[in-house]
Design a protein. Structure first.
Length: 547
């Protein structure tokens, strides 16, 4: 493809389809094989995000090339910000055909443009389909490093490496995969030859990404890099969309970063986050698009709203290579908040785009006391660096609140993890550069709860309190009384109920543990859990540490 900026250039890629599990992210098929049936690409992956393409790129025309076995009526449909549909181009065709429209002729309030095919007779099939973008590239072709780090998860890496290399090679996409092995267990011969493999000490995600970013900078050919998790599931369409966006990007947006959305592996239509904002006024973190159902057309359009994004999760985050070349590397946080801190420090200009995403396991599935330690320590560092009114008093208030939160739930190990995280935060950022990260992680992990299989555990419990009981907690007439007694922690055991409290560990409330001697904390998505036992002595001991 020519890099001459004075000529029109066309990028096209195959419309992705999928199996039944994810089909509504790709195509809507309403009896297309019958006369008057409809096939529509008004989906998360296959609709064109007109407002962002118009604002950030030099694309001049968009369209679809397709082939059908019978006559069809094809329409390009505009879906506007009031959720109205308007046909902006129409034709009747048989066999190989195309339909397109100039961006300048699309109404300003249009959010999405997509292809709709209407069957004129029975037996209609879509045999082939591509979306194409015609425009001018003023910044040249991007060259992108995909950086992932792993620790003893060889199967994830081998699976994703094969998929990425095979598909980027087939589609002639300029992506290079850099794998940082923090466990030093990956064998070179188990990976495709194109993969750059780096052995590294276990310095966590932040240390692994730092090593990969340094390697990308040394290779001196990349324009961008992507930090992405090792345990994701990826569709090649996301890389095609990212490449197209960067290829046609306007020079004034050459420093654009792109945050890929995270969708849940076990609920493939459900979005966890599409970019976020860390509020430096109050330290609150807002993830945009939480629990959005991306099978719904209205939600797909709403998902493309322009938002004030100042960080993106490193499950998939694309950034210009210039930030590494300027000497910026992640702080040695090991895990948690390294992506937020880096984005704030570099003052990244970030957007999202429908179809640039990954599927990822829920973070709750990895939650334990070690995560509480890193969340506490690194969040406090983040606030101390970027929040305007953050001081020792607010840090202490945060400490007390988190310790109370966990002690009320009988999670004394997690409360201790909060205290340890706070203590290490007080040692300053420089402390992180002089410790043995691997040794510290082993020490912190000793506070983790031992998880066991839930089979047979819940059936014997006579009291099951799940998140459906929230409203009963809110209406409790003893709510203030509960608070004074630290939600039952100061109630003598002989006044407590014998029945075990069974909760969803990620959707519980402190009130659920009121006057319960024991609790079973469940992760129902993994069918695992752990037990705790109320201890007034431990509660008092931990509370005294916050004074």
């Amino acid at each position: 493809m020519s890099k001459n900026p004075t000529t029109l250039q066309i990028l096209s890629y195959d419309i992705p389809f999928s199996d039944d599990e994810k089909k509504l992210l790709y195509v809507r098929n309403e009896n297309f094989n019958r006369k008057d049936g409809i096939l529509e690409l008004s989906t998360y992956f296959n609709a064109v995000s007109v407002n962002k393409i118009r604002q950030y790129t030099n694309v001049l025309r968009i369209g679809y090339r397709y082939e059908t076995n019978v006559s069809v009526i094809s329409e390009l449909v505009c879906y506007d910000d009031k959720r109205n549909e308007t046909v902006i181009a129409e034709s009747c065709s048989l066999g190989y055909s195309s339909i397109s429209v100039e961006l300048g002729s699309i109404p300003d309030d249009c959010t999405l443009v997509y292809l709709r095919l209407r069957a004129v007779e029975n037996g209609a099939k879509l045999l082939f389909c591509k979306v194409f973008y015609e425009g001018v590239s003023l910044c040249g072709s991007p060259d992108i490093a995909l950086i992932t780090c792993t620790y003893k998860r060889e199967e994830y890496i081998k699976r994703n490496a094969r998929y990425i290399i095979e598909n980027t090679r087939r589609n002639n996409l300029p992506f290079t995969l850099i794998v940082v092995d923090n466990g030093k267990t990956l064998r070179r011969e188990k990976l495709p030859n194109e993969v750059v493999l780096i052995q590294n000490d276990n310095t966590g995600g932040s240390g692994g990404f730092s090593k990969g970013m340094q390697q990308a900078s040394v290779m001196k050919r990349f324009t961008h890099f992507v930090n992405m998790d090792d345990d994701i599931s990826l569709d090649i369409a996301s890389l095609q969309k990212l490449y197209t966006l960067l290829y046609f990007v306007k020079p004034e947006y050459a420093d654009l970063s792109v945050s890929g959305a995270m969708l849940y592996l076990d609920k493939p239509y459900t979005q966890f986050e599409a970019g976020g904002k860390f509020d430096t006024d109050n330290g609150r973190q807002i993830g945009y698009g939480y629990l959005t159902d991306l099978s719904e057309k209205d939600n797909i359009a709403e998902n493309e709203a322009l938002r004030d994004i100042n960080y993106g999760g490193w499950w998939f985050m694309c950034m210009p290579i210039k930030y590494i070349d300027q000497g910026n590397l992640p702080l040695p946080f090991f895990i948690k908040y390294d992506d937020v801190e880096y984005a704030l420090r570099c003052r990244l200009r970030i957007i999202t785009l429908n179809g640039i995403c990954v599927w990822h396991e829920k973070f709750e599935n990895k939650f334990n006391s070690s995560a509480v330690y890193y969340n506490t320590r690194n969040y406090l560092h983040l606030c101390s660096m970027y929040c305007k009114d953050f001081n020792k008093k607010t840090a202490k208030k945060f400490l007390r609140g988190k310790v109370i939160e966990h002690t009320c739930r009988q999670q004394y190990k997690m409360a201790q993890a909060v205290i340890s995280g706070y203590a290490d935060y007080r040692l300053g950022i420089d402390y992180l550069y002089h410790i043995n990260q691997e040794e510290l992680h082993r020490t912190v992990s000793e506070l983790n709860y031992d998880m066991f299989d839930l089979d047979g555990e819940i059936s014997g419990c006579t009291s099951v309190l799940l998140h459906e009981k929230y409203i009963q907690c809110d209406l409790s007439p003893h709510k203030h009384y509960m608070r004074y007694l630290i939600y039952g922690q100061l109630v003598p055991n002989f006044l407590c109920k014998k029945e075990m409290c069974v909760t969803d560990a990620f959707f519980d409330r402190k009130e659920m543990y009121w006057r319960r001697k024991t609790a079973l904390h469940c992760n129902f998505s993994l069918n695992t859990g752990y037990k705790t036992k109320k201890s007034t002595a431990k509660c008092i001991h931990l509370m005294l540490k916050t004074i």
